[in-house]
Design a protein around this ligand. Structure first.
Ligand code: SF4
Ligand code: SF4
Ligand code: SF4
Ligand code: FES
Length: 1016
């Protein structure tokens, strides 16, 4: 039987409160160490005693709905999950009263659940109801099964709710209310027939449910199940309904005579047989930078489900994409064979032909124009090992530093701001630090949509622990709605308010003087650099009132630790690096580094955007941010690789596009990036692609970018390969191959090696672990990383020392500068490149949506996700809608200085005034928002200033449906409450605490005698 004990290393608030002094309790006469305040049930579990615990889940904490964990404490029956440990407790788990009460409580539960395990898709060894029936050796139930008078709800595309199997444990409610904090689920405890409700009683598909799957993951039985499991997991679970009902009737008929024992044994045999065909593989999410990890269950190529258990970044949490967004892996739109262009079409080719063609053309171009006529673009969706090989190919085989990855499109300015000030370009702590902080400030980050699981930690702390939350952004997204203080600075002015707040703090003497004196240089230069940012001037430029600026300053200095999270609203501006620097300066002034629960958190967008840069897929660094200009570094690599490294300045993505237009770049090898949609000013990028002499695109799909290629190489997605990803908290995690590569596709590392060898490199990596060994030998940040140390769910946060010790919190002993001190950097304000004028009178904002990832190439392959968000839209404010006579569904054209797009209007309260918002996902390349964005960039890093675009709006005569269907969660009406609210259950007239149940002897006849006996 699968253990039901709490084994999760969780990051819940309950856990955070346990780090107090150890004390001692006695359990069944044996002394046990315990931590003050932890649930007594945890101590019992650690002692190896098996008692039932149906509603308890370590990551949810005690919810006390099931009463199956009763024990005697100091002679009184209590729920062990809901009893916080105090010194000297005397606990007895096996008294007659405790055993009887637990059995009686579980008997009530069986009144809500039919045990048809043999034909149940949840019979996988982890069903808590099944396992508790076995643990208690229940033979017959006293409480008759009582179906509920409600139909199943199958309206959501991803999961269904079966009230007739729901044991009303409330785990799902607790997860939705207090872990995901979407606040959709409740139980109507006062109803004669309680059930779980979505938005108080709406169909799931029309509720505020964001399909994150938390509820399904924690449901202890089959009441909530992934639809992908139904009829697929079991050997006999795809029975037609009449036959299924007959099978269930058979079980019911057999139970009075044979008891549950033989019935469970039969289902255990069925479970053992299905284990032969179900494979569980640990992987890491392929979407955003939070780095959720989980097991993926597969049966042949069918993905049964994603099961998060104890991921170091996510625990049991996921969002819609990581939990349900995997259809793309088996999409019939996968490229499964190499393709070679012939005129305006492509023909299938063998790998040998494609590789020799690539080798011949690259060699010819290099011979004719030199190595710097070739350019290489790695992918922040691919593994560390693959990014490593791509830059090794560019530098060691071709001999060019023309190498980049898509962090150029989002995160480079954040990295620059951190290098300037604190020396490492990564999150200064872990997600758990954000969770612990006294104050979280989000700037230009739509965290609940772009980093959903990370946002849950903030929402949870804010809701349950009183964490303060300040949001500065243009749109009133979910985090803004939840914030204690929401400010809407004028577009592109964050630098100014940040500098004014820093100046006010210094003027008022509120800075952390001790920290500054001990750990920070250049205070005077910094003070001079922000001299002009008085509160008055800041109000004028940003539109934020002086009072609010003062309030922000006081919130920071009074908080027990401040974390600032920021993303593309900050970085995708001409002054993105400057504003990122201002953020770090403010944190330094207030002493918010070098301590838990504080620091800077640039939220990395793609799953491996951190890793792609760590691996040197950049023009100026060769792995671990070691400068290509450093002779010693080059010598170290040359000795290992046996080739000299190039010294010419390399081009970044942005410069490559200009280089193609200028005729200096002739060939590009790009993998896993949809540059033809996600770069800015894509009309200009398209023209560049057309000018290339030779273009290799390595992709999972025939993407928009692939349309311009000369050769398309079929790559495998993450589920078909081994490797590692590095998430936003610098956490390195392994993924394992769950499926064989489809068709002739191959993992990217194998393809790059094949290309390198076709060019004569003679590489011989047999497995990505060998590539990681090479990385560890050359990159000090990864020095102690090995596949063994990352086995399963283990992870390491860089820097990793040779002995394997890692660094969850950066800067514990100073900063990585020669004197160990951070530097206040005098940054400067860079205004908008495209201010509004008469012709272009609206500000264009753009970004991601929860449901789709980035441009949507993967997520649009999911019918369920596409049902929720079928395409792009143009979101306008109510004010603008009134002014221009716009309504939902009206077609409009947006025109910028760089291009035009057409789309349907969505009127919402999220956008403000003369600002419009266009999500970056689309199925229609002609209407991608980047037809509107320009080629102006952050001055320091060349990150495109996507968020600095002026447009005009032309109203078209056509009218369509609302672009966001009514079954999208944004129309839902959540029902917030403090949790499952079990007190309401306890107040029911028919509720009796099991310890007080009458007629216990009657129950005793139906459970195994030795379970009743007890030790008293
Ligand atoms: S938001 Fe939806 S999927 Fe997520 S926990 Fe709540 S009800 Fe379940
Ligand atoms: S649906 Fe919710 S209340 Fe019902 S059994 Fe599952 S987790 Fe418990
Ligand atoms: S997309 Fe991000 S938040 Fe969602 S499951 Fe994947 S890693 Fe987690
Ligand atoms: S596990 Fe303690 S009440 Fe449910």
């Amino acid at each position: 039987m699968t253990s039901m004990k709490g084994t999760y290393a969780n990051n819940s608030l309950a856990e955070a409160s346990l780090n107090t002094n150890e004390l001692q309790v006695t359990v069944n006469g044996t002394p046990q160490r315990a931590r003050a305040g932890e649930p007594l049930l945890e101590v019992i579990n650690r002692a190896g005693l098996e008692i039932p615990q149906v509603c308890y889940h370590p990551q949810l904490g005690p919810i006390q709905t099931c009463d199956t964990c009763l024990v005697e404490v100091n002679g009184e029956l209590v729920r062990s999950c809901g009893t916080p440990v105090t010194e000297g407790l005397s606990v007895r788990t096996e008294t007659e009263a405790a055993r009887r009460s637990r059995a009686a409580a579980f008997d009530k539960i069986l009144g809500n659940h039919l045990l048809y395990c043999t034909v149940c898709d949840n019979n996988n060894g982890n069903c808590v109801v099944h396992n508790t029936t076995a643990l208690l050796r229940v033979e017959h139930q006293v409480t008759p099964y009582h179906p509920k008078p409600y139909p199943k709800d199958e309206s959501n595309p991803f999961y269904r709710y079966d009230p007739d199997q729901c044991i009303l444990c409330g785990r799902c409610v607790e997860a939705c209310q207090n872990l995901q904090v979407n606040e959709t689920l409740t139980i109507n405890w006062e109803d004669p027939n309680p059930r779980v409700l979505w938005d108080g009683g709406r169909p799931i598909d029309e509720s505020s449910c964001v399909s994150c799957g938390h509820c399904v993951t924690v449901c202890p039985c089959n009441a909530l199940m992934e639809k992908s499991m139904l009829g697929e997991a079991g050997l006999m679970t795809d029975l037609p309904l009449p036959i299924f009902n007959s099978a269930v009737d058979l079980v019911k008929a057999a139970e009075p005579s044979v008891g549950y024992g033989p019935i469970l044994r039969l289902s255990d045999t069925e479970h053992a047989m299905r284990e032969e065909s179900i494979k569980r593989t640990k992987t890491v999410c392929t979407y955003c930078g939070v780095g959720c990890s989980f097991e993926v269950w597969t049966k042949d190529r069918h993905i049964l489900k994603v099961e998060p258990t104890h991921g170091p970044a996510n625990g049991v949490s996921t969002c819609i994409k990581g939990k349900f967004g995997w259809d793309y892996v088996n999409s019939d739109r996968r490229v499964t064979t190499p393709l070679i262009r012939e005129g305006n079409t492509f023909r299938e080719a063998s790998w040998d032909e494609a590789l020799s063609y690539i080798a011949r053309r690259m060699t010819e171009i290099k011979a004719a124009h030199g190595p710097d006529a070739l350019a290489f673009i790695a992918s922040s969706k691919c593994t560390n090992e693959e990014s490593w090989l791509m830059q090794k190919l560019a530098r060691s085989v071709i001999g060019t530093n023309n190498m980049d990855n898509c962090s150029r499109y989002c995160q480079s300015p954040a990295t620059m701001g951190l290098w300037r000030t604190v020396g490492y370009g990564g999150d200064s702590g872990s997600i758990s630090d954000i969770e612990q902080a006294g104050l979280v400030i989000g700037i230009g980050t739509n965290t609940a949509e772009s980093h959903p699981v990370l946002a849950t930690r903030v929402k949870r702390s804010h809701k349950l622990r009183g964490q303060r939350l300040i949001v500065a952004d243009l749109r009133e997204h979910e985090m803004a709605q939840r914030a204690d203080l929401f400010v809407r600075p004028n577009p592109g002015t964050d630098f100014v308010w940040l500098s004014a707040v820093a100046r006010f703090i210094l003027d008022e003497g509120l800075e952390d003087k001790e920290f500054l004196a001990r750990w920070v240089n250049d205070l005077d230069e910094f003070r001079a650099s922000i001299e002009e940012y008085t509160l008055e001037r800041a109000e004028e430029i940003t539109g934020i009132s002086q009072d609010v600026l003062r309030q922000i300053a006081h919130e920071i200095v009074n908080a027990d630790g401040t974390c600032i999270m920021w993303a593309m609203g900050v970085t995708q501006q001409c002054g993105g690096s400057e504003t990122s620097t201002a953020i770090s300066n403010l944190l330094l002034v207030t002493g918010n580094y070098m301590r838990p629960g504080a620091g800077s958190y640039p939220l990395r967008g793609h799953n491996n955007v951190q890793g792609a840069s760590d691996m040197g897929a950049m023009p100026n660094f060769v792995g671990g941010y070691q400068s290509i200009n450093d002779e010693g570094v080059r010598a170290k690599f040359a000795a290992k690789w046996g080739t000299e490294l190039p010294t010419n300045k390399g081009l970044d993505n942005h410069e490559m596009v200009h280089g193609i237009h200028a005729g200096t770049i002739k060939a590009v090898y790009l993998k896993g990036e949809e540059m033809g949609l996600v770069d800015s000013n894509i009309n200009y990028v398209d023209q560049a692609f057309e000018m290339l002499e030779f273009f290799v695109v390595q992709e999972v799909f025939f993407s928009r970018t692939a349309e311009f290629a000369d050769v398309v190489l079929p790559a495998s997605p993450s589920l078909e390969k081994d490797g590692t990803f590095t998430n936003t908290e610098r956490r390195i995690q392994r993924l394992y191959r769950a499926l064989e590569p489809l068709g002739q596709s191959k993992p990217d590392w194998e393809i790059i090696q094949a290309v390198a060898n076709a060019l004569g490199a003679g590489w011989n990596y047999q497995h990505p672990s060998e590539i990681m060994d090479e990385i560890a030998s050359l990159v000090p940040l990864y020095a102690g990383v090995t596949y063994e140390r990352l086995e399963g769910f283990k992870s390491l946060q860089w820097p990793v020392l040779p002995d394997g010790s890692d660094t969850p919190l950066l800067f514990t002993e100073g900063f990585p500068f020669p004197d160990g001190k951070a530097r206040l950097y005098p940054a400067q304000f860079i205004g908008r490149f495209e201010p509004l004028d008469e012709e272009y009178d609206l500000h264009l904002n753009n970004g991601r949506m929860l449901e789709h990832f980035h441009e949507g190439n993967m997520t649009y392959k999911s019918p369920g996700i596409t049902h929720k968000v079928p395409g792009m839209f143009i979101e306008v404010s109510e004010e603008l809608a009134r002014e221009r006579g716009l309504e939902n569904g009206r077609f409009v054209r947006l025109v910028s200085r760089h291009g035009a797009i057409k789309g349907r209007v969505l009127v919402s309260g999220r956008v403000f005034g003369k600002q419009v918002y266009v999500p970056m996902n689309t199925q229609e390349a002609p209407h991608m928002v980047n037809r509107l964005t320009g080629s102006h960039t952050d001055l320091s890093t060349h990150t495109p200033a996507y968020k600095d675009t002026a447009v005009r709006l032309e109203v078209l005569p056509d009218m369509g449906d609302s672009p966001l269907p009514r079954w999208n969660h944004r129309y839902g009406q959540p029902t917030p409450q403090r949790g499952v609210e079990v007190e309401r259950k306890w107040r029911r007239a028919d509720y009796v605490f099991p310890g007080h149940l009458p007629g216990r002897m009657q129950l005793a006849r139906h459970v195994a005698p030795e379970l009743i006996g007890g030790d008293d």
